[in-house]
Design a binder for this molecule. Structure first.
Ligand SMILES: Nc1nc2c(ncn2[C@@H]2O[C@H](COP(=O)(O)OP(=O)(O)OP(=O)(O)O)[C@@H](O)[C@H]2O)c(=O)[nH]1
Ligand SMILES: [Mg+2]
Length: 304
């Protein structure tokens, strides 16, 4: 087979599910490296993120999406819209369900949205490491009663169990067409965005209650220095002065810790030597500002 004949299948597989189902963990597991941030908190992913891999002659573009839930705020609405439109634009939808939580209201909501989709749908029952097999079979049956899935896979995104079979099936479903990305590209996201996401992950992990949801991170400046290292300046937007105080922490300890852990991961994941500077700004209406959505890669929801 010649090179062009070999590179003749390519398509999109959207990972859809309720918040916290394990979509981003799955993306990282399928790609084989960390491209998406993961936390134990719901609504970690805010915008879609493409991770790319090659499986035999197919290039698969996986699209990690924000969780689907009932939106309350404008930001929620933009996140859910991003997830649903990714599903609509994909060649196959991988529905990720947390087996340990079963069919919760958010999962029901997702099933209702699936009714409008005409592309093939795979059920990926995730976190099977947490449950006995009998329970899993019951749940597979229940899910298939709610939606007629074309295929079902039982996986653990965390341990990697079942991922090879899932990936092989997705590859088979990719349509004919040239590869969209160079062979060695694993993600379609700028280094600036990747760096913002890493800092946001550390914020999510370190801060509690509503604070993670009241904040966003942007890379304001990225300057290559003469010694080959990079000076990265990031702004953490919060909504209130009191939140700024919490992010800073006593004597600036909290932000220092966030900065240190983020810098280490930025250096490791992006393969650069970095100097990271974090600034916390209070902007009470950042979640109403179209510019912030643009920076996150989201559409600003219009009036409906
Ligand atoms: N035990 C177990 N935990 C898992 C598995 N997959 C994901 N998790 C955990 O579930 C939590 C949520 O994982 P994420 O990958 O961030 O979930 P998500 O669906 O991307 O969540 P949102 O971005 O908030 O919608 C994290 O604590 C993961 O470590 C799994 O297969 N087994
Ligand atoms: Mg996620």
């Amino acid at each position: 087979m010649s090179k062009t004949q070999a590179q003749n299948r390519c398509g999109f597989a959207a990972l859809i599910g309720a918040p916290n189902a394990g979509k981003s963990t799955l993306l990282n597991g399928l790609i084989g490296t960390k491209v998406a941030i993961v936390t134990h908190k719901v609504q970690t992913t805010r915008a879609r993120l493409r991770g790319i891999c090659i499986e035999k002659d197919a290039q698969i573009v996986f699209v990690d999406t924000p969780g689907i839930f009932s939106p309350r705020r404008k930001l929620d609405e933009a996140m859910v819209d991003a997830a649903l439109s990714s599903a609509g634009e994909s060649d196959v939808i991988v529905v990720v369900i947390d087996a340990n939580r079963g069919i919760e209201p958010d999962v029901e909501l997702m099933f209702s949205h699936l009714k409008n989709q005409s592309v093939p749908c795979i059920l990926a029952l995730n976190k099977i490491d947490l449950l006995p097999r009998e329970k899993l079979l019951e749940l597979v049956e229940l899910c298939n009663k709610r939606h007629s899935f074309d295929w079902t896979f039982m996986i653990s995104a965390l341990t990697g169990d079942g991922l090879a079979d899932l990936k092989a099936k997705i590859a088979e479903l990719m349509p004919t067409g040239p590869w969209l990305y160079p062979e060695d590209q694993i993600a379609d996201v700028s280094l600036r965005q990747m760096a913002s996401e890493i800092t946001r992950e550390k914020l999510f992990l370190r801060l509690h209650d509503e604070l993670p949801y009241a904040s966003t991170v942007e890379t304001a400046r990225w300057k290559k220095l003469r010694d080959g290292s990079v000076r990265i300046e990031q702004v953490i937007y919060v909504e209130r002065k009191s939140q700024r105080m919490i992010v800073l922490g006593e004597k600036g300890r909290t932000i220092k810790k966030i900065g240190e852990t983020a810098r280490l991961e930025i250096e490791e994941n992006l393969g650069i030597k970095a100097h990271l500077f974090l600034f916390v700004k209070v902007r009470d209406k950042w979640a109403q500002d179209p510019e912030r959505y643009f920076e996150m890669g989201l559409n600003f929801p219009g009036k409906k």
